[in-house]
Design a protein. Structure first.
Length: 478
């Protein structure tokens, strides 16, 4: 109804102003015509009376005849009074005196009170004077009042009619369709594109409803396409991450093979001693216990590798970031030792985040493997966890707030300026064939983005590299 009011109120105001001006012109014209009639009637009545006075003067009865004629004239016209007044008693201006001298009547109007006409004549005693004809304007005031009341009544009737029509048309033509459009817009904002608008109007509102229905149809089709693309992208992303995980498993297997070699030799030797009878009694029992321990150690290593390689649906949970780092170090220890490096988690404060621990473990594994490969002569790889305040990069956006930061630091060859801009490109690698597929860092970046975080890199050639993982302390929707 607000739109209807905005449209009808200016139109109504314009119409009332036009009608008011027209009424004012009609009243003014009626008053002017009435004044012209009064001036004409007073002039005619005055001249008739002056002619009668002239006859009385010629008959020698000027004074008595004048009194009688004036009495009769004043008696028959209650609203009109006529008198003979000496010229000297009237405060006339120069223009009025000149008009009387020329024999012209002088009309004097006191608006809303009286109308007077002055006619030059000689008094009964022969002195100069005027015939003063005065008429009250009470009747005129009554007439004007009736006209004004009539216009006010017409205005009131028109206003009521206009209000009824405006409210009715506003509700039917504007209000109801606009409410339907607003409701449709609210549903569209919530992702509900169903329920087409049924507005049958051959005007702009009807055209808007038609276009909105068409827009919703297009949005629905686009939403279906987007859902299909998102599903396909997620499937491809999962496959990419799994491929990267299998690559990491292959690298880990090379290190774990050495780790399994010693327990297998121990098991083989102890089993042979028992089977050949070299040991008996308590000694055989002791060898069996050693075999059991070593097979348990090998089973644990293999299970850990299989758990890491298994393809699972991400499970978001609350976990300790330092604990995940510690578990990753334990899993990567054989690989790191084989590369002549050391791996340790610095003492860290307790920091809990929301996410998938297995995915974060994959990220840590990729970064540690990169660090080991960046130190062919060996060296330390350190992990640390802390709470910081940070501002997301421009591509993510958002205000400064608290984050958990996990640093993976090495003293390797570093990253050159030419390579640095491309480190997160899929399939880009500077490693030899068989040592990498260029998926580790892109997958790590995607996992951090899914966790509403990011990766920053600080690297100096010949000095070392630090990869920093930022994860929000409190979960926020992307």
């Amino acid at each position: 109804m607000q739109l209807a009011r905005k449209i009808t109120l200016p139109l109504a105001l314009s119409a009332f102003l036009a009608l008011g001006f027209s009424a004012w012109l009609s009243v003014r014209e009626a008053v002017e015509l009435h004044h012209a009639d009064i001036e004409r009637d007073q002039s005619v009545a005055g001249r008739v009376l002056l002619a009668a006075l002239e006859r009385e003067r010629q008959a020698g009865t000027a004074q008595a005849g004048a009194d009688a004629l004036l009495a009769v004239a004043n008696r028959d016209a209650a609203s009109t009074q006529m008198r003979l007044v000496p010229l000297t008693q009237l405060g006339l201006n120069e223009t009025q005196r000149e008009a009387l001298a020329r024999g012209e009547p002088v009309f004097v109007l006191d608006v809303w009170h009286t109308a007077e006409t002055l006619l030059a004549t000689a008094l009964p005693d022969g002195s100069p004077g005027v015939l003063w004809v005065q008429e009250t304007l009470g009747a005129e005031r009554d007439t004007v009042a009736r006209i004004v009341k009539s216009h006010v009544f017409n205005f009131g009737t028109l206003a009521m009619l206009w209000a009824v029509v405006a409210i009715g048309l506003g509700a039917v033509v504007v209000g109801r369709p606009m409410r339907s459009l607003a409701e449709k817009a609210r549903r569209v904002s919530k992702g509900d594109y169903s329920g087409p608008l049924a507005i049958v109007q051959r005007d702009e509102i009807g055209q808007l409803a038609t276009e909105m229905n068409h827009m919703c149809d297009e949005l629905l089709r686009a939403s279906d396409r987007l859902q299909q693309e998102v599903t396909a992208r997620n499937t491809a992303q999962d496959a990419l991450r799994h491929a990267d995980r299998l690559t990491t498993v292959g690298i880990l297997a090379a290190g774990i093979a050495h780790e399994l070699g010693t327990p297998l030799n121990v098991v083989s030797m102890r089993a042979r001693m028992i089977s050949t009878g070299e040991v008996q009694g308590d000694e055989a029992k002791k060898n069996a216990e050693i075999i059991h321990q070593q097979t348990g150690q090998m089973t644990r290593i293999i299970r850990q590798l299989l758990d890491f390689a298994r393809r699972e649906t991400p499970r978001m949970t609350r976990f300790s970031l330092a604990q995940v780092a510690t578990e990753a170090v334990a899993m990567l220890h054989p690989l790191v030792e084989k590369g002549g490096c050391t791996l340790a988690v610095e003492p860290s404060e307790s920091v809990e985040v929301d996410g998938d621990p297995r995915q974060l473990q994959q990220v840590i594994a990729n970064l540690v493997i990169n660090s080991v490969q960046a130190m062919p002569q060996g060296g330390p790889v350190t992990l640390s966890v802390k709470k910081v305040r940070a501002t997301p990069p421009p591509d993510l956006g958002g205000p400064e707030r608290a984050y958990a930061r996990l640093d993976v630091h090495d003293r390797g060859t570093g990253i050159t300026e030419e390579v640095f801009p491309r480190i997160f490109e899929p399939f880009f690698t500077t490693k030899a064939v068989g040592d990498g597929n260029g998926l580790g860092l892109p997958v790590a970046w995607g996992i951090l983005k899914d966790h509403h975080g990011w990766i920053s890199v600080d690297s100096r050639p010949g000095v070392g590299t630090t990869f920093s993982l930022f994860l929000p302390l409190e979960h926020e929707a992307a």
